[in-house]
Design a protein. Structure first.
Length: 502
């Protein structure tokens, strides 16, 4: 195959950190190259240099056989390199079509946007990815997964020769992942090439032809996918052996009686007549495709969505929850799927984030007790193995895995009676995943229960004791641990079968 892209000796240094050091590789026409590494390995820095978002301190980029210098992302896009970032760049107040063709809208001779033509073109991508929205729908009305598909559509519309995808499936359900992978396979046959970054190792063997492994900014290995196992990749990425990713998946846990339940819960336009219970010591999974109502159910339990019918019961007492403070005061915690927008204060320091849910516990006579705050933050950094140069470090400067561990520390330190984890390992590397799973298991061992919402079926099957499955706003199935298979969960999630009274 013809070489389409080659980088030689790329290096990028930030104050105090060598992010990428002397890294070289090539990409062939019609090839999918997976780039693997833990958070902080340098993957994003590498790809940002390739797509013009960062200028390398040393090294060269060759594209189409010619040495190229990209001074901006626009230069790279014009040449034929586009990137879909893990963090979405959509504008919520603009329509789907306006986001797909942002700054490239078709106009007439007077400079006015030809909306009908733009919407018609956008519809092609909406149909291609099965997005449940019209071209005129405001993007903020879409779910996280649907927004991810719009972001990918935006890049596809540029018709790039090389497309860099950074965690493209982090918010996607299995059917949407299949749609994306089928599209990638079709585009490969037409000569398109892909650089694919993911923390979901199972995806590597479904879509990638070759794997490049990085660690601490350095090249570790470049292997054909068929020549390595998942365990090989884990060992290369983390530099050590992780024998049990799911932190005790084979161990028997002591599960008690139900102590938390929702009964016939409904929220207009989101879900209806949903019932389930949670047992002490249990990790209960909630599966479902995008739009099934999983996150909306969690938000309703927390008082973030209006409930129009049903009950929420904790330890035999019916709760009245009209706002998040009511849920938190009753002993319910919620770790959101969108840590950057809804979970953390990125411009604030680690210390300030750590105490955000518990401010009153660290104040006296209206003044914050700085020594107490610092001591607590140091304790959590050690307990959750958070890699940070200082507890004063701004949250935005931490890697995704360390941000997620901070979010867990914030809520788990409150010792809630029920804790809901929504996509707990989204955008998190395999090492951090193992640590997060271990923390979830530690939490339920304290006689509490955890609810885990995830689009990653292998995650649910690996960590949960029982899985409830939603479809189209209703609870469709219950799968016990000894029945766990991806096929069974997907049959409920796609609405093909049902084993619950609805």
């Amino acid at each position: 195959m013809t070489e389409v892209l080659r980088v030689e000796g790329l290096r990028k240094v930030f104050p105090g950190v060598v992010a990428v050091d002397n890294l070289s590789f090539s990409l062939k026409e019609g090839e999918v190259l997976a780039v693997l590494g833990e958070n902080g390995a340098g993957k994003s820095t590498l790809t940002k240099m390739i797509c013009g978002a960062l200028y390398p301190d040393a090294g060269s980029i060759y594209f189409g056989g010619e040495k190229r210098v990209f001074n901006s992302a626009h230069d790279a896009m014009t040449a034929g390199i586009a990137m879909v970032y893990q963090e979405l760049s959509l504008t919520g107040g603009m329509s789907v079509a306006e986001n797909i063709f942002m700054n490239r809208q078709p106009t007439n001779k007077n400079g006015f946007i030809k909306n009908a033509e733009m919407n018609k073109e956008a519809q092609k991508y909406i149909d291609m990815f099965g997005i449940c929205a019209a071209p005129s729908t405001l993007t903020k009305r879409l779910s996280m997964g649907e927004q991810q598909l719009v972001e990918i559509s935006k890049a596809m519309s540029l018709n790039p020769k090389v497309l860099i995808l950074d965690e493209p499936t982090s918010s996607l359900a299995e059917n949407d992942i299949n749609t994306l992978f089928n599209l990638i396979q079709d585009m490969k046959k037409e000569g398109y090439s892909f650089i694919y970054i993911t923390h979901k190792l199972s995806e590597i063997f479904r879509i990638a032809d070759r794997v490049l492994v990085m660690r601490d900014g350095h090249y570790i290995a470049d292997k054909e996918t068929g020549d390595v196992s998942e365990q090989d990749l884990i060992n290369m990425m983390v530099g050590r052996e992780i024998r049990d990713l799911y932190a005790g998946s084979g161990k028997k846990t002591d599960i008690g009686e139900p102590y938390f339940a929702v009964e016939k819960l409904s929220a207009t336009g989101l879900f209806m007549n949903v019932s389930f219970s949670l047992k002490r010591g249990e990790i209960l999974g909630i599966a479902g495709l995008i739009g099934a109502g999983r996150t909306e159910l969690a938000r309703a339990i927390m008082g973030l969505e209006k409930v129009v019918a049903g009950k929420i019961i904790l330890e035999g007492k019916e709760l009245v929850i009209n706002r998040p403070q009511d849920a938190i005061g009753s002993g319910i915690g919620y770790i959101t799927e969108d840590r950057k927008q809804q979970g953390l204060f990125l411009d604030f320091a680690l210390t300030e984030n750590m105490i955000a849910p518990s401010l009153m516990e660290f104040s006296h006579n209206g003044f914050m007790q700085d020594n107490k705050v610092a001591g607590f933050a140091e304790e959590q950094v050690e307990k959750f193995n958070i890699a940070t140069p200082s507890i004063k470090q701004k949250m935005m400067n931490l890697s995704g895995g360390n941000q997620q561990k901070c979010l867990l520390a914030m809520w788990m330190s409150k010792d809630p009676k029920v804790l809901i984890f929504d996509e707990p390992t989204r955008g998190v590397d395999v090492g951090a995943k193992s640590e997060i799973y271990e923390k979830i298991r530690e939490y339920v061992s304290g006689n509490y229960g955890a609810i885990v919402i995830s689009s990653d079926l292998s995650e649910l099957l690996g960590i949960c004791d029982r899985i409830m499955v939603m479809y189209n706003g209703k609870m469709r199935g219950e799968v016990l641990k000894d029945e766990f298979t991806e096929e069974l969960v997907l049959s409920y999630a796609s609405g093909l079968v049902c084993n619950l009274d609805m």
